[in-house]
Design a protein around this ligand. Structure first.
Ligand code: S3P
Length: 189
């Protein structure tokens, strides 16, 4: 039995298609913790979709909004947080997230990220817009970002060929020692 202490946030990072939102919801559900996604916070605050923000304010406008959303969610405790794939490339965002949470990198090979994104429709991701070879584009982005992702992460999960439930299970196995979760018999009296 695991119970919550006023814990550190669990922050899921990684490229588009890594499963941050799907896995994050499962982990949050299993822990009875709130789930929050910075992309949703950005859209809610802007009252517009991410493609609309990119179209009207450019990527710079989106990144400014994303940094505000990161500050908001990092101020919370005991949350499961999914951040947009580019969020942790910004040193300020990394610092904020690290203060209150542990970052977990969801990794996967580009071909599988591409398959998942074509299945769910890549249309909501401006960085992939009009891209015919999704796998090549994702491989290029991953190549550019991998170093930052790995430096930010306290733990890395390879999600290639695995179901979201299986990935969530691995995170739940790791989180107790790191994220303010303790087995009942480990709680100090
Ligand atoms: C982005 C990833 C997207 C979203 C935006 C930019 C990125 O989020 O924030 O389209 O730079 O990788 P997901 O990783 O949740 O798809």
């Amino acid at each position: 039995m695991t119970v919550l202490t006023p814990g550190r946030n669990i922050v899921l990072i990684g490229l588009m298609g890594a499963g941050k939102t799907t896995v994050g919801r499962i982990v949050a559900d299993r822990l009875g913790r709130p789930f929050v996604d910075t992309d949703d916070v950005v859209e809610h605050e802007a009252g517009r979709s991410i493609p609309a923000i990119f179209a009207e304010e450019g990527e710079r406008g989106f990144r400014r909004r994303e940094a505000t959303a990161v500050r908001q969610v990092a101020a919370l405790r005991g949350q499961v947080i999914a951040v947009g794939g580019g969020a942790v490339l910004d040193p300020g965002n990394r610092t904020q997230l690290r203060m209150t949470g542990d970052m977990i990198l969801l990794d996967a090979v580009p071909a599988e990220l591409g398959e998942r994104l074509s299945a769910e429709g890549a249309g909501e991701r401006p960085l992939l817009e009009g891209e015919r070879d999704l796998t090549a584009r994702l491989a290029m982005l991953l190549d550019r970002r991998r170093g930052e992702y790995e430096r930010a992460a306290a733990y890395v999960v390879d999600t290639t060929g695995r179901s979201p439930e299986d990935v969530a299970e691995e995170i739940l196995g790791w989180a107790p020692t790191r994220a303010g979760l303790l087995a009942r018999d480990e709680i100090p009296l």
